[in-house]
Design a protein around this ligand. Sequence first.
Ligand SMILES: Nc1ncnc2c1ncn2[C@@H]1O[C@H](COP(=O)(O)OP(=O)(O)OP(=O)(O)O)[C@@H](O)[C@H]1O
Ligand SMILES: [Mg+2]
Length: 261
Amino acid sequence: MISVQHVTTSYGRTVVVDDVSLTIADGGVTALVGPNGAGKSTLLKVIARLLQADAGVVTVADLDVARTAPEVLARRLAVLAQDTQVPVRLTVRDLVTFGRFPHTRGRPTAEDHALVEEAMAHLDITDLADRYLDEISGGQRQRAFIAMVFAQDTDHLLLDEPLNNLDMRHGAQLMQIVRDAADRRGTSIVLVVHDINAASVFADHIIALKDGRVVTQGPPQEVMVEDVLESVFDVPVRVVEVDGYRHAIHLSGRLARPRTG
Ligand SMILES: Nc1ncnc2c1ncn2[C@@H]1O[C@H](COP(=O)(O)OP(=O)(O)OP(=O)(O)O)[C@@H](O)[C@H]1O
Ligand SMILES: [Mg+2]
């Protein structure tokens, strides 16, 4: 379980995560949604100990992240940040092998190598294994980073906008991998997504953040409601049901281009 209790975080004097409390149960997929600047990435960084909160407590599997050694936390929690830089000239396989570092301390065994190959195969990047990260496409690089995170083989995963840059097929593949990890391995996954319809279809729980606060949360059928979405995103929205799943169609394009006829 991930527990966030009264977490407040600011940059300088600006509070961007404002007294947030939430719990994320084991073995499910939670989608964190909300407008740009809502504080989603900041909250994820605090949970992953990449950023220190001003106040509050975060626990992951009963470990207080602020008091847990990074190498201990890294065996329980993996994170894909939104602003990951490619540090040096690395191949895809090198990067994915880094995912094993918390377990291997730089001495990967045959089993580690097998996990690396498996993660690359899952993300459909085996053919790219020997290519350099700065010589592949944005979506391919995104998949390499996701493979690294999966290779870390933790029971908690935080993914900040993992669908970024992915085409429809690879987006669908990623959602399948995420669902499988949750359903078959009991991994707890929190991901930030802007595609609310993806969240509706494959998440168990949706948490909406706005101005640093949790404004609504619940199963998709409770969050995928017109006035709820309109209040979170400040755009007019229609919700339609397709094959039993709720989809939101936002009408902001229509606002930009009112019908003339
Ligand atoms: N390093 C930083 N220094 C100062 N302010 C920051 C920094 N990072 C983020 N912010 C500000 O904090 C607020 C929350 O940012 P955050 O990145 O958490 O938003 P987000 O919900 O992830 O948005 P997006 O959907 O655009 O990724 C924003 O107003 C942003 O400008
Ligand atoms: Mg963000």
